[in-house]
Write a protein that binds this ligand. Structure first.
Ligand code: GLV
Length: 339
C-alpha cells in the first residue's frame, strides 16, 4: 500500500516535541542539525514534497519550487521571509506562512540588551575583568553613554519597533521614529515624533533598526547614512544584516563617525571568525539570537506546524505573507488529513 500521508521536508533537526503536531498526520523528512539550506537528501525528495518547513537560512528559490511540483505550502519558522522567493510562490498558488507576534517581545528584549551592552560597554568591561585588567575602581574607566534623557530613533515602527519604544520609555528615553505610513496613534501613545529617516539619523543618540530586508531596505544604512549620525551615536541592528553596509559600518566605527554598534544580525551571516568587526571593542555582536528564548522558539515552531497543516488542507494560514496566493490557486490536489 502506498503511503498516502503528505510528505513534509523539515530542513533542520528540531526537538521532536516541537514537530509533534505534524508527526501523526504527515511523513516527516528532517534534515541535519546545523548548516543551511536543503541537503542533497532533502533535495532528492522535493518531487514528492507536499510542504516545506524552513528556517531563515534556507533559500527557497525558483529552482527549489520548480523541483517541487506538489508543494502546497511553505512554512517558515521565522517572521522574516527574505530567504523565500515569495513572488514565485504566489505565482504558483503556494501560501507562505511565517510566525510573527510570538517573537516580538523576545526580539525587542535582545535589541534593548544590545543597546545597553553597547552603551555601557558591558562585553568590553567583562573581558577586561576576566583578563585581570580590573586593578582598582577606576574613575575614568569604561565610561559609556546614558540612556535617561537620550533620544532613541526607531527605524520601522511595526510590532517589534513598538515593543522597543515601550522598553525605551521605561528607561526615560525620548522616542522619534520613521515609518513608511503615518502613525499618529503611536506619536500620541509614546509622546513620540515621526520624522523622515535623515532627520532621525541626525537627531538620535541611539538608532535601532526594525525593518524587513527588501530591495528598498538593502544597505539603507550606508556610508552616507552613517555620516549623518552623531559621532556619539550607537547603532543597533536586530533586523537583517544586509540593511546595513558592513564595510561602511566598519569604517564608521574605526573612524569615529559613530561611537558604537550592537549587532544581532550581520552581512554575511554567520560573520566569519576572522572578520575585523570582531576586533573592535565598540562593536557588540551576537549570533542572530533575537528570538532565542525557550518559549519563543517553541511557540514559533507551534505556529509553523499549524501553518503547514492549514496549507495542506487549503485552509487560511494562521499567518500568511502572501494572501494573494489564492488568486493563483494551484491545481495540486490537497490531501485530506482526517485520520
Ligand atoms: C528572526 O530573525 C526572524 O525573522 O524570525
Amino acid at each position: 500500500m502506498p503511503n498516502t500521508k503528505p510528505l513534509i521536508l523539515v530542513t533542520h533537526a528540531l526537538p521532536a516535541n516541537w514537530l509533534s503536531p505534524l508527526a501523526e498526520k504527515c511523513r516527516l523528512m528532517v534534515g541535519p542539525a546545523g548548516g543551511a539550506g536543503f541537503t542533497p537528501e532533502l533535495e532528492e525528495h522535493l518531487l514528492e514534497a507536499d510542504a516545506l518547513f524552513t528556517l531563515l537560512v534556507d533559500p527557497v528559490t525558483e529552482d527549489i519550487l520548480e523541483r517541487a511540483p506538489n508543494l502546497k505550502v511553505v512554512s517558515q519558522m521565522a517572521v522574516g521571509v527574505d530567504n523565500v522567493d515569495v513572488a514565485a510562490c504566489t505565482r504558483r498558488g503556494i501560501p507562505v506562512g511565517n510566525t510573527p507576534g510570538v517573537l516580538t517581545a523576545g526580539t525587542a528584549d535582545l535589541a534593548f540588551g544590545l543597546l545597553l551592552a553597547a552603551a555601557r560597554r558591558i562585553p568590553e568591561a567583562q573581558a577586561d575583568a576576566r583578563a585581570g585588567r580590573w586593578t582598582t575602581w577606576n574613575p575614568t574607566g569604561w565610561l559609556g553613554a546614558d540612556l535617561d534623557g537620550a533620544t532613541l530613533g526607531i527605524v520601522g515602527m511595526g510590532k517589534i519597533g513598538v515593543a522597543m519604544a515601550r522598553r525605551a520609555q521605561g528607561f526615560g528615553m525620548k522616542i522619534i521614529f520613521s515609518n513608511r505610513s503615518p502613525l499618529p496613534e503611536i506619536e500620541k501613545n509614546f509622546n513620540a515624533r515621526q520624522v523622515p529617516l535623515d532627520n532621525l539619523l541626525e537627531q538620535s543618540d541611539f538608532v535601532s533598526l526594525h525593518i524587513p530586508l527588501t530591495k528598498e531596505t538593502h544597505h539603507l544604512i550606508d556610508a552616507a547614512a552613517l555620516r549623518k549620525m552623531k559621532p556619539s551615536a550607537i547603532l543597533v541592528n536586530s533586523a537583517r544584516g544586509p540593511v546595513v553596509d558592513t564595510n561602511a559600518l566598519y569604517e564608521a566605527l574605526t573612524k569615529g563617525w559613530i561611537a558604537a554598534a550592537g549587532l544581532d544580525v550581520t552581512d554575511p551571516e554567520p560573520l566569519p571568525q576572522e572578520h575585523p568587526l570582531y576586533a573592535l571593542s565598540n562593536c557588540v555582536i551576537t549570533p542572530h539570537i533575537g528570538s532565542a528564548s525557550f518559549n519563543t522558539r517553541r511557540r514559533m515552531a507551534e505556529i509553523a506546524c499549524q501553518n503547514v497543516l492549514a496549507g495542506l488542507e487549503g485552509r487560511r494560514l494562521l499567518h500568511c505573507v502572501n494572501p494573494e496566493w489564492m488568486q493563483h490557486i494551484s491545481s495540486v490536489q490537497r490531501p485530506s488529513l482526517s485520520s
